[in-house]
Design a protein around this ligand. Structure first.
Ligand SMILES: Cc1ncc(COP(=O)(O)O)c(C=O)c1O
Length: 395
């Protein structure tokens, strides 16, 4: 095991100076296991990916079946591939009109890239607006709509023409004008530490975009596929964007992204010039087969109906501890506020020791994340909360 860890550090490109270094042997349901047999509860679904649980038999079977039929055949957008078409049709069924044209890509960041390009191309405008404390991906374009001086200093120059608004600030909506191609926003802010839209905010934003001819883009990469209790958060909060970005749970555990809009808007990527966005592996048939199986699993097993109840159960069990200052939550996406980064750092160490995988938020270093598989059972929730209580006691 030691050798593998050494090779990991030597040969795998690193993202931070202190990786977890926990080795995975297998994963199933709400848990994964190390080669030594130590069990970890995955309380964050691999960061909002494994909504139908790890090693879900329906997904695994769809992956194997599709791999035996065909994998990559031709670059995206040329051949009619059944898993892609069927999955796009199912997604369109769940999205409000007129969101029916699905452009599959490889990741969340690429979905954001595609959406920004589409908005610029459709409106002919060049300015974009994004929210402070939002994360939309790590490519240059996606990073340009992240308001972080640390990153723009390190990797700039970023894309020009980006203005910033503060989430839930109505006065800031005045920054949207006839030059604005698009506003990119998460309906529930994830990396800001789970911030919910205040009543009327998303409606006011929609109205302002309508009055200026600006396209509204929702980033539902974290909130999609049941995380907030509806298949998509836009339905929960009652506002329909012009474009929505999807990824993470979209692929049922396989890498997949998409941006979705009306056919009228999407059409402009295909001409003047043609090939407005192209991607070799976007919508890979095996990834689409996996995502389709996962989405069908969510509906067939009526997972959505239980999300709010399970979220409330977590909230009640955790809020009873005096070390918890606040819980911010939409369905099964929640931030447990400890009020101090030292305490957060300490509890992460305890979690690792005692078999809980949680995470920080990029723009909130005082709360830990809980966003478990939607399939996590009541007994597992009680068990997880019991372990977390023990860690909180020892802070
Ligand atoms: C809200 C949001 N948008 C976009 C992304 C980027 O997705 P990806 O890592 O697939 O590029 C993330 C990833 O964490 C995210 O949380």
């Amino acid at each position: 095991m030691q050798i593998l860890r050494q090779q990991f550090l030597r040969h795998i490109g690193q993202t931070s100076p202190s990786p977890m270094l926990v080795e995975i042997e297998r994963a199933e349901g709400s848990c994964f296991y190390t080669p030594e047999g130590k069990k970890y509860y995955d309380t964050i679904s691999g960061v909002s990916v494994s909504n139908v649980g790890h090693h879900n038999p329906a997904v695994t079977e769809a992956v194997c079946r599709q791999a035996q039929q065909y994998m990559h055949v031709m670059v995206y957008g040329e051949l009619v591939e059944r898993p892609q078409v069927r999955y796009a049709a199912l997604i369109a069924d769940y999205l409000p009109d007129p969101l029916e044209s699905v452009y599959f890509v490889n990741s969340g960041a690429e979905a954001v890239e595609g959406a920004l390009k589409l908005a610029k191309r459709f409106t002919g405008r060049r300015r974009m607006i994004a929210c402070r404390n939002a994360y939309h991906g790590s490519t240059h374009g996606a990073m340009s709509v992240m308001n972080s001086y640390e990153f723009s200093d390190a990797y700039g120059p970023m894309l020009p023409g980006v203005d910033w608004i503060t989430y839930n600030n109505l006065a800031d909506l005045d920054k949207i004008n006839e030059e604005t191609a698009c506003v990119l926003i998460e309906p529930v802010q994830g990396e800001a530490g789970v911030r919910l839209p205040e009543k009327g905010y998303l409606e006011a934003l929609r109205k302002k975009c309508d009055s200026t001819g600006t396209l509204l883009i929702f980033d539902e990469i974290q909130t999609g596929f049941g995380r907030t209790g509806e298949m998509f958060a836009m339905t929960k909060y009652g506002v329909t964007p012009d474009i929505v970005c999807l990824a993470k749970a979209l692929g049922g555990g396989m890498p997949l992204g998409a941006f979705v809009s009306s056919r009228h808007i999407m059409e402009c990527l295909s001409h003047d010039p043609a090939l407005g966005h192209i991607t070799t592996f976007g919508g890979h048939p095996v990834c689409c087969a996996a995502g389709l199986a996962a989405m069908e699993y969510i509906t067939e097993h009526r997972l959505l109906g239980d999300v709010e109840r399970k979220g409330a159960m977590f909230e009640t069990l955790l809020a009873s501890h005096s070390a918890v200052k606040e819980i911010r939550r939409s369905g099964l996406l929640m931030a447990v506020e400890l009020g101090s980064s030292e305490r957060l750092y300490h509890i992460m160490e305890l979690f690792k020791e005692r078999g809980i995988l949680s995470d920080w938020f990029l723009f909130c270093d005082t709360a830990f994340r809980i966003s478990p598989p939607l399939t996590m059972t009541d007994d597992e929730i009680r068990d997880v909360c019991g372990i977390i209580h023990g860690c909180l006691d020892d802070l």
